[in-house]
Design a protein. Structure first.
Length: 159
């Protein structure tokens, strides 16, 4: 590990973050069989295959100071949106201790990272099956989300 994390390609960084993801999975009450990289853009996201179906593990950027507020706010918003707007959204899966995320660290990765395990929603990418009806459905979904957000009152701790 002579190369600093910042000097690695996205794939090289994802390889190091994989070790961190494995560490994070130890905080959850699940057995996993496979861990596959989905994306390493803003956050690093892995598909976690389990006997009961896939999950998604998001390894957040190194902004640990605000991770707690961000994750708890995301959880609050998604739960409210799912309940009030009737949308099927991936929920956060809590750790064994009931926390919405875990902090994990790994050699060669600067600082601990917040990791969030999410339910997996089946389906494909809109860009894989482009059609007018799919774009219209996406527009309807966005309108419903905007309508909800304009009327929703978050808790005082929401960030």
């Amino acid at each position: 590990m002579d190369t600093p994390f910042s000097g690695l390609t996205r794939l090289g960084q994802a390889r190091r973050l994989r070790a961190l993801a494995i560490e994070a999975l130890g905080a959850y009450d699940l057995t996993w069989t496979r861990l596959r990289l989905l994306s390493n853009e803003w956050n690093c996201t892995f598909r976690v295959d389990t006997p009961s179906g896939p999950r998604a593990l998001r390894v957040m950027r190194r902004d640990a100071a605000i991770a707690d507020r961000k994750v708890r706010s995301e959880d609050e918003f998604v739960r409210a949106l799912a309940a009030d707007a009737g949308l099927g959204l991936p929920r956060i899966i809590p750790t064994r201790t009931g926390d919405p995320y875990v902090r994990a660290a790994a050699a060669g990765v600067p600082g601990p990272r917040a990791c969030v395990l999410l339910e997996w929603l089946p389906g494909g990418l809109l860009s894989d099956r482009v059609s007018i009806s799919r774009w219209a459905a996406l527009g309807e979904l966005m309108a419903r989300m905007h309508h909800f957000a304009s009327a929703w009152t978050p808790s005082p701790s929401f960030d």
